[in-house]
Write a protein that binds this ligand. Structure first.
Ligand SMILES: *[C@@H]1O[C@H](CO)[C@@H](O)[C@H](O)[C@H]1NC(C)=O
Length: 108
């Protein structure tokens, strides 16, 4: 099993962009303390009900931190949901799930 920590959440794009055009929707699921098991599928969901008129960071990525396992890349952030499959990882209790909005982060 892996339990997810509360660092879970969006790491939005940073830098020179005009802040108002950066869409940083809150994650709805999972939440801190959520426990996932290897091989399970889960829909990571986020709230897309209030986007700015023009989104400069339309593409998302999601990964598990602690080994930086990438789960999904290049999805449309307006989907509001992406199904991920829990990978084989060492059982532990301090994984963080990172949802990145924008393709210009520092984790490439
Ligand atoms: C994720 O959402 C899709 C679309 O609603 C659904 O078909 C799928 O069964 C869901 N997966 C899980 C693990 O709930």
């Amino acid at each position: 099993m892996l339990a997810l920590l509360c660092q879970l959440g969006a790491a939005g794009v940073l830098g020179t962009h005009d802040r108002k055009d950066v869409f940083d929707p809150p994650v709805l699921y999972p939440h801190a303390g959520t426990v996932w098991y290897k091989g399970q599928r889960h829909n990571v969901t986020w709230d897309v009900s209030d986007p700015p008129p023009y989104i400069i960071n339309p593409v998302g990525r999601i990964f598990l931190r602690k080994g930086e396992l990438i789960l999904e890349t290049n999805f449309d952030i307006m989907l509001g949901r992406i199904q991920v499959t829990v990978p084989w990882v060492l059982p532990d209790h301090d994984y963080s799930l990172i949802l990145l909005y924008g393709d210009s982060g520092n984790f490439g």
